[in-house]
Design a binder for this molecule. Structure first.
Ligand code: ACO
Length: 325
């Protein structure tokens, strides 16, 4: 028994915010953002769009790509750090929107590694015999928790959603291996402190701007490089292959310099690494499924190719999966 990826879809909000636009908001420049991060522009959800709206559109495309009906979905997993609200889960809003009336639904919180975590949980729910068909979504509206006066973070983030549908198959598995890790000792490097049970929302927490994402980018940078390279190496070894067997590496798109440093540690040339950070910035849990969909659509990978998805994010969390298309 194996697990097949039968459908994939993504959705990017229409509004484009360029580096030039950001020059008018904060003390920054297109040159600084481009050279330090690789980002040229990002997509921003409209005021009325919540994470579930993006997730539903990505899921509809994955469902159409898989040629199944929403009733065939047994479980919906949404990886997000920007849920529509604390509860119900964003997955429940997605279930309602899709009319996936036969599915269980829940969210997971693993920041930028969320899609890798979700894919692993989805795979194992099928492997254990609990479900046959699982929809896994990475969706974010980071623009809603961004402090648009903070140049350290606002130039990096964007909104997007990507979705895949996993199904039980009698042939060999498309998901060859998975490796997950975390270190809560670094939780203060990337967080949104307000709005939870530690700092329930009050006028004071809003005045103190605790409802915005806070990040110590410089400290994260070094940990990200090591954790991503290490995760990719471990997942590749668990798949019983080497880096040379991998056709494409799809890294979390946080910073082009992090990606280049990871490629160097893996001894992989950059033409084996997928990049779309220039168009969308860091969309947290959405970066890897959006990039996978784009790589397939643009013909960068074909049926039978081996792809490694690798990510790193708040928590801190990290992980990688190796899949065969
Ligand atoms: N425009 C102009 N100058 C800026 C900007 C900006 N947008 N942002 C920071 N600067 C300044 C700083 O104030 C600093 O100035 P100073 O030297 O006078 O103090 C200078 O640029 C250098 O700042 P650094 O923080 O050292 O810059 P660095 O080269 O580290 O780049 C960055 C910053 C892009 C944030 C980088 O550290 C990074 O990408 N870190 C990793 C982010 C990441 O991986 N996050 C995890 C995933 S995100 C998630 O889970 C949601």
């Amino acid at each position: 028994m194996g697990i097949e990826i039968i459908g994939i879809g993504s959705y990017l909000p229409e509004k484009i915010l360029t580096n030039i636009d950001l020059e008018k908001l904060v003390e920054t420049s297109d040159e600084w953002i481009t050279t330090r991060t690789g980002i040229k522009e990002r997509r921003i959800a409209s005021e009325s769009e919540a994470t579930s709206d993006l997730a539903i559109k990505a899921a509809e495309r994955a469902i159409s790509n898989a040629k199944i009906s929403p009733e065939e979905i047994d479980a919906i997993i949404v990886a997000t750090i920007t849920p529509d609200m604390a509860f119900p889960s964003t997955a429940c809003f997605v279930q309602k929107g899709l009319k996936a009336v036969n599915s269980a639904a829940f969210d997971i919180s693993a920041a930028c590694s969320g899609f890798i975590y979700g894919l692993t949980i989805g795979k194992d729910l099928i492997k254990s015999g609990t479900f046959n068909t699982v929809l896994v979504i990475g969706g974010e509206t980071l623009s809603k928790i961004t402090d648009w006066h903070d140049r350290n973070t606002c130039v990096l983030l964007g909104d997007a959603a990507g979705a895949v549908i996993l199904r039980k198959t009698n042939s060999s598995s498309d998901i060859l291996s998975s490796y997950l890790g975390a270190n809560g000792n670094y939780s203060d490097l990337l967080l949104m402190p307000g709005g939870g049970s530690r700092n329930p929302t009050t006028h004071k927490t809003v005045d103190e701007q605790l409802h915005y994402l806070k990040m110590e980018g410089n400290k994260l940078f070094k940990i990200a490089v090591k954790a991503m390279a290490d995760s990719a190496q471990k997942a590749i070894a668990l798949a019983g292959i080497t880096c040379n067997d991998v056709n494409l590496i799809i890294p979390h798109q946080a910073n082009i310099r992090i990606v280049e440093a990871v490629a160097k540690l893996l001894n992989v040339s950059m033409d084996k690494v997928f990049l779309n950070i220039h168009k969308y910035g860091n969309t947290s849990a959405a970066t890897t499924p959006v990039a996978l969909e784009e790589a397939i659509r643009e013909g960068k990978v074909k049926k039978g190719d081996i792809v490694t998805l690798v990510a790193f994010g708040g928590g801190l969390t990290w992980g990688a999966v190796v899949i065969r298309l």
